[in-house]
Every structure is written in structure tokens, then in C-alpha cells.
Design a binder for this molecule. Structure first.
Ligand code: PGA
Length: 249
């Protein structure tokens, strides 16, 4: 794992956008694994600006998103489908049929999970996976567990995740209790991974991710096994790490 510590969220977002832009220049028809939540918003903002300035094009890019709330309709303002279209896809030139998320409304969840895994395989796997991290160490919606899920699956969200995400809904009771998520195996098979962690509330999870044992109790710690993972953290998220072990930007 390579760890880069930035002064603040803005700097982490700029660097992450540069990594993604370089990936697209290197392989214009790459498959991007995309994330939602508050953290990536700054990255999407920078990528949109690069597109508007004609510095990059998404014409040949495909994308697969990490997760989606179970049974939240795509036009619901808090669905990840809605988030991705309004915050990113509608503002760039990625073809509509090249963007993919789990189908929240699929009738048969098991079949939907298989469909999503087959889709990732059919695209040739993920070239570049963007990840956030939960305060409990989750990646995508792979919550702390005794198992290491391989492929896409339906999860019960933990109370801490529901609590963290209730800020997007009018109350905690409106947060869906289940979500589709890509598995840890699918994430680890991505050729490059960029995890971005910002803010004090991610400090404990980041410390355990980087310095702790590799355990599905801290799902992000499994990234220690991946050969090409970069972590971008701001100083607040990196406050429990030993400064001698990383590059401060
Ligand atoms: P956040 O979520 O970016 O909204 O903090 C990250 C995550 O839960 O993976």
C-alpha cells in the first residue's frame, strides 16, 4: 500500500482526480469502479472540470458502481443511481449504456447479484477502483464480518452505517436496511485501487486499515494484500498514523 497524506480534503480530491485522469489517458477504454458518498464529490467535481476544459474524455470509458440501496427506486433522490447521474454522468460524455449500477428493483436478488458479477467479468474486470471507507472500516457496503464475500451480494447494513448515512435522509427510519454491494473479491481483483479517506471520523478505521491485522472485521485491511493500492488521506484522517511511514504532500 502506498499512503499519501494531503493537507486537506480539497488537495486529496485534486490528487485523486489526477490519478483517474491519468488512468483514462493511459487506457481510454478503461473500466472505472466508482463510489458514492460525500467523499468522492470533490473528485467528480474536478473530473467534470477537466472534461469541460477538453483535457479528458469519457467517450470510451465504462463504469461499474460499488453498491446501491435495495429497493430504492432509481429516481429516488438518495438512490446511488440518482447520485451518479446528477453528480457526474449527466455532466460528462460517458455513453449512457456504459454506466452500470446494481438494479435496486430486481425481482430476484440472487439473480441480480449473478448478473452484476457476470457484467464485471464481461467488461474484462475493473481497471481502476475508487473507494471511500466507512468509519467502521467498510469498503463499498462490505460491513465488518467474519466472512470475506467474493462477489456481489445483498447485505444487512449495520446500525453504524445507517447512523452515518441518515444525514442524507429525512430520518434514520428512511434509510434502507439492505443494500447490494460488490464483494471484497471483486474489489481486490481490480488492477489498481485508490482509497480516499478524509476527516477525523475516518482516523481509527484508517489506522486499523494500514497498521492492523488483515481481517474481515476491518474490511479495508484486506487491501494490504493488493499489489497496487494507493491511499490518499488528509491530515485529519491520518492523525493516528506514524508520520515517519508516509509521504506528506
Ligand atoms: P462517505 O462514505 O464518503 O459519505 O464518508 C464513505 C463510505 O461509507 O464508504
Amino acid at each position: 500500500m502506498k499512503l499519501i497524506v494531503t493537507r486537506n480534503y480539497e488537495e486529496a480530491s485534486t490528487l485523486a482526480a489526477n490519478y483517474m485522469a491519468a488512468q483514462i489517458l493511459m487506457k481510454p477504454n478503461c473500466v472505472l469502479g466508482l463510489a458514492t458518498g460525500s467523499t468522492p464529490l470533490g473528485i467528480y467535481h474536478h473530473l467534470i472540470k477537466m472534461y469541460q476544459d477538453h483535457r479528458i474524455t469519457f467517450r470510451s470509458v465504462s463504469s461499474v458502481n460499488l453498491d446501491e440501496y435495495y429497493q430504492l427506486p432509481p429516481d429516488h433522490p438518495q438512490s446511488y443511481h440518482h447520485y451518479m447521474h446528477s453528480e457526474f454522468f449527466n455532466q460528462i460524455d460517458i455513453p449512457a449504456d456504459a454506466t452500470h449500477l446494481p438494479n435496486a428493483l430486481a425481482e430476484d436478488p440472487a439473480q441480480e447479484c449473478r448478473r452484476y458479477d457476470r457484467l464485471i467479468d464481461h467488461l474484462g474486470g475493473i481497471d481502476f477502483q475508487l473507494l471511500g471507507i466507512g468509519a467502521n472500516g467498510h469498503i463499498a457496503f462490505n460491513e465488518p464480518s467474519d466472512d470475506i464475500p467474493n462477489g456481489t451480494h445483498l447485505v444487512d447494513l449495520t446500525e453504524s452505517t445507517i447512523d452515518a448515512n441518515k444525514r442524507f435522509f429525512s430520518s434514520a427510519s428512511e434509510v434502507p436496511r439492505k443494500a447490494y454491494t460488490m464483494g471484497i473479491g471483486s474489489i481486490l481483483r481490480a488492477r489498481k485501487i485508490l482509497l480516499i479517506a478524509t476527516g477525523t471520523n475516518k482516523a481509527q478505521a484508517l489506522q486499523e486499515t494500514v497498521c492492523g491485522p488483515v481481517t474481515p472485521r476491518v474490511p479495508a485491511s484486506l487491501l494490504q494484500l493488493h499489489g497496487d493500492t494507493t491511499i490518499l488521506a488528509d491530515r485529519e484522517a491520518a492523525q493516528l498514523l506514524d508520520e515517519r511511514n508516509f509521504h506528506v504532500n
